[in-house]
Design a protein around this ligand. Structure first.
Ligand code: NAD
Length: 327
């Protein structure tokens, strides 16, 4: 039986990845600081452990796993990454997890390790035009990410690729672009735009308004989590080390995203634009390289993904309302 280790298996993407690996018949170990928040893990073995401790990493990598997925990171949406208040934690915690895990895998002769980088590593100066952002993989240098989160991702990308060069490992590096879907963080400050907008729309009475940071004309693309998992697995098992974008090429403004959510919810709401942390002006995935190297690219529409995500977030909002009512 093939074996896989998913670090960050209690998080949003890791939890979905574990389900997929189980469907494929793997024996799976998950590890995280916490259990998945919204449903039971399907992992055969799930360890609560802090990967900042190198001893924990060595104990967790106790065998030569066929595949290791390193998704653990201190992360969140704009409200967490772009305020500056969490910079030291973001850089220290995520870098040390990557250093420890890669070393533990190398010592156990695990060769196939997937690492989830982020589109946040692309230079800010290429993303000032909302209509024409540049995120070709080879546009990464000269580097100029707009957040410490992006700088840490860039450092760690280089770390994994250095282990390939110097130690003959087979690490694979993807740059994820805004992943969303059911069972993702939807409240509390670490949620991202699709989940935050679904929550705000679900909470609002028809005919009222929702708040949005900025003028809403900044652009992004959003990838449904199942396609993210598909791309992750395809890349891990391929001969291509990356880095490669895993994202959608369907770019929308945040206003358009909000109106799409309202449409799916069947509500008409106004938008109050308020000051808040924003990130770059424009971002879209560029998928030529993934098509060339993997013969595959995501193709599900944003609407399809929102239609699967909105009802889940609406149910969470209603559950919370019910609890508060009886508290
Ligand atoms: P997430 O926050 O839901 O999952 C990350 C998990 O890592 C969390 O459950 C967290 O508890 C765990 N973790 C953090 N520090 C740890 C530690 N010291 N020891 C053990 N576990 C620890 O995030 P996600 O959305 O599932 O993202 C997974 C990966 O993909 C992250 O590396 C993230 O940076 C990257 N990424 C995600 C997106 C996205 O849109 N979700 C975009 C770009 C990149």
């Amino acid at each position: 039986m093939k074996t896989a280790l998913v670090c960050g298996g209690g998080g949003f993407i890791g939890h979905h990845l574990i389900k997929r690996l189980k469907r494929e018949g793997f024996w799976v170990r998950g590890v995280d600081l916490k259990f998945p928040q919204f449903s039971e893990t399907e992992a055969d073995d799930f360890l609560i452990a802090d990967l900042r401790d190198p001893g924990n990493c060595r104990a967790i990598v106790d065998r030569r796993f066929d595949e290791v997925y390193q998704l653990a990171a201190d992360m969140g949406g704009a409200g967490f990454i772009f305020t500056g208040e969490n910079d030291a934690d973001i850089m220290h915690n995520s870098a040390i997890v990557n250093l420890n895990m890669l070393d533990a895998c190398h010592k156990r002769h695990v060769s196939r390790v997937f690492y989830s980088s982020s589109a946040c590593m692309y230079p800010e100066h290429n993303q000032l035009d909302a209509k024409a952002p540049v995120t070709r993989e080879d546009s990464a240098y000269p580097a100029n990410p707009d957040s410490e989160y992006g700088w840490e991702k860039l450092f760690s990308e280089r770390l994994y690729l250095a282990y390939n060069r110097n130690f003959g490992m087979q690490c694979r590096v993807a740059r994820y672009h805004n992943i969303f879907g059911p069972e993702g963080t939807w409240t509390g400050g670490r949620e991202k735009a699709p989940a935050a907008l679904c929550r705000k729309v679900a909470e609002a009475e028809n005919g009222t308004s929702i708040e949005m940071w900025g003028d809403g004309e900044q652009t992004r693309s959003f990838l449904f989590v199942d396609e993210c998992v598909e791309g992750t697995i395809r890349l891990t098992r391929s001969d291509f080390q990356g880095p490669v974008n895993i994202g959608s090429e369907e770019m929308v403004t945040i206003n358009e995203l909000a109106y799409l959510v309202m449409d799916v919810a069947g509500k008409q709401l106004d938008i109050d634009h308020i000051p808040g942390p924003l990130g770059v002006r424009g971002r879209n995935s560029h998928n030529e390289l993934i098509k060339a190297k993997l013969g595959w690219a995501p193709n599900e529409s944003l609407r399809d993904g929102i239609e699967k995500t909105y009802p889940w977030i609406e149910a969470q909002v209603n559950k919370l309302r019910g609890r508060n009512q009886y508290a």
